[in-house]
Design a protein around this ligand. Structure first.
Ligand SMILES: [Zn+2]
Length: 483
């Protein structure tokens, strides 16, 4: 049974939430701008990774076949300067940062894209696209390169909604500058060779691609003329994405991407991150400090379009929230594996057991409905997480009594399906002893030292209910999973 098709997405192009209607029914083709590989990525770069990884997971969860593409910009001024400063070949330099990217992404639980095209491997497609623009009269040539004439395209500024009169003030600083440009927003498609920089031959002269044309060309090369969703950080709206639309729509004469999704900024302690302010945090450092799961959980707590504030307090709260999820999963999992351990000593009548089971089943259905509703509403992960925590409260409540094994198994599976959709793995590792059990065993050791054996025995029962046995040995207490 097909059940896709109920998602609404905020489209930057229209500034409205729109129902997702894909070009091919049941399939979604997504392209997300990837990193320029000249340094370690920072936590601001981690946000689009997580945002679009979750989009991909949710669309698959909803029944879509998803093709997910993310590029590497592996030729650029910064790449050339970086490699030169280190005195290493460009290829060696970029391979290092592509490998670093994959290591960081994996630590965040980001799935590898279906295709990771690279600019340097797409030169034919890039030249072909520039050729189409040239044939149709959208280009002009200056001393330093081939430029796109934005005045020839009357829908330029459709994405950013910028006012061209105001452009020269601030935004044009971010556009390629040549004093001879016809219009402030015009941008370079092909940069002519300078000195010993890398270059490729072309009919306009030896050179290398501009940044914007790379993405358009890679999209058409590996996906199609038209795609469903184009994503990236909101800092890419202008000029990068505006230019991608202009190039693709002028060259191919059809709409480029149906939906444009942009994630909000990451701030550090309420301040915009910047190298000059010294509050620049690499993802590597954040991973060392908090771990990938906590960082992901932290980002999920805020809607992807809102700014997010990276603070120690927020990360600690995320860590505690994740721990709560894992504790509930571990305790419920112990009941599924060992039903005879359920609520030792609690007398419950058959009616009460089935009431509890019915309540827990109902809680799962409610949580799934709330989760789907939130995610279908422009991917509201914060509300989706709240639905999961409602379920966790019900699970913890149910754990105080007996739980029918089949209901426990169904609820656990349902919980995992939701957390998997968010990219959170909360399954207890086979040999892992939950933090709660460790804490209880330490508490029991203190009680035994104080000869409070009643307390020690009560704790042994609590630990048993969580699915673990304590064995007292001359070396101290050993913890074993029951069974
Ligand atoms: Zn791009």
């Amino acid at each position: 049974m097909e059940r896709y098709g109920s998602m609404r997405i905020y489209n930057t192009l229209t500034r409205e939430k729109e129902e997702l209607v894909t070009i091919i029914p049941g399939e979604v083709r997504i392209y997300v701008c990837g990193p320029t590989v000249y340094n370690l990525i920072h936590i601001g770069n981690a946000r689009p990774l997580i945002t679009f990884d979750i989009l991909r997971r949710f669309l698959e969860y909803s029944g879509y076949k998803v093709t997910f593409v993310q590029n590497f910009t592996d030729i650029d001024d910064k790449v050339i300067v970086g490699a030169r400063e280190e005195g290493v070949p460009i290829k060696e330099f970029t391979e290092r940062y592509i490998a670093a990217y994959f290591a960081d992404a994996e630590a965040l639980g980001i799935r590898t894209a279906d295709i990771h095209p690279r600019a340097t491997e797409s030169i034919d497609a890039i030249l072909n696209l520039i050729g189409l623009l040239d044939e149709k009269g959208y280009t002009y040539t200056l001393a330093d390169g081939v430029y796109f004439d934005t005045s020839k395209y009357d829908k330029y500024y459709q994405l950013s909604k910028l006012n061209p009169e105001e452009l020269s003030a601030g935004e044009s600083q971010r556009v390629d500058e040549s004093i001879d440009k016809r219009n402030p927003a015009d941008f370079v498609l092909w940069k002519f060779r300078r000195g010993d920089e890398p270059f490729w031959p072309s009919k306009w002269g030896e050179g290398r691609p501009g940044w914007h044309i790379e993405c358009s060309a890679m999209i058409h090369k590996v996906l199609d003329d038209q795609i469903d969703i184009h994503g990236g950080g909101r800092d890419l709206i202008f000029p990068h994405h505006e230019n991608e639309i202009a190039q693709s729509e002028c060259a191919l004469g059809k709409p480029f991407a149906s939906y444009w999704m942009h994630n909000g900024f990451v701030q550090i302690d309420n301040v915009k991150m910047s190298k000059s302010l010294g509050n620049f945090v690499t993802l590597r450092k954040a991973l060392q400090e908090w771990g990938g799961e906590v960082l992901r959980f932290f980002m999920l707590n805020t809607h992807y379009r809102s700014p997010i504030n990276y603070t120690a307090a927020a990360l600690e709260a995320a860590s505690a929230g994740l721990e709560r999820l894992k504790r509930a999963a571990a305790a419920l999992s112990a009941r599924v594996d060992k039903p005879e351990n359920a609520a030792a000593g609690t007398e419950v009548s058959g009616t009460e057991v089935s009431d509890a089971a019915a309540n827990l089943s109902a809680a799962l259905h409610t949580a799934v409905a709330q989760f789907d509703k939130a995610m279908n509403d422009d991917m509201n992960t914060a509300v989706a997480l709240a639905a999961i925590f409602d379920l966790v409260r019900e699970i913890n409540e149910a754990l105080t009594g007996e739980i029918d094994q089949s209901v426990a198994a169904m609820v656990l599976e349902g919980l995992y399906k939701l957390t998997d959709c968010l990219g959170l793995d909360i399954r207890p590792a086979a040999e892992e002893i939950p933090a709660e059990v460790r804490r209880l065993v330490e508490e029991r050791a203190v009680a035994r030292k104080a000869r409070d054996f009643a307390r020690a025995d009560a704790i042994r029962e609590q630990v048993a209910a969580l699915g673990f046995d304590i064995e007292d040995t001359p070396a101290g207490a050993q913890i074993h999973p029951r069974g």
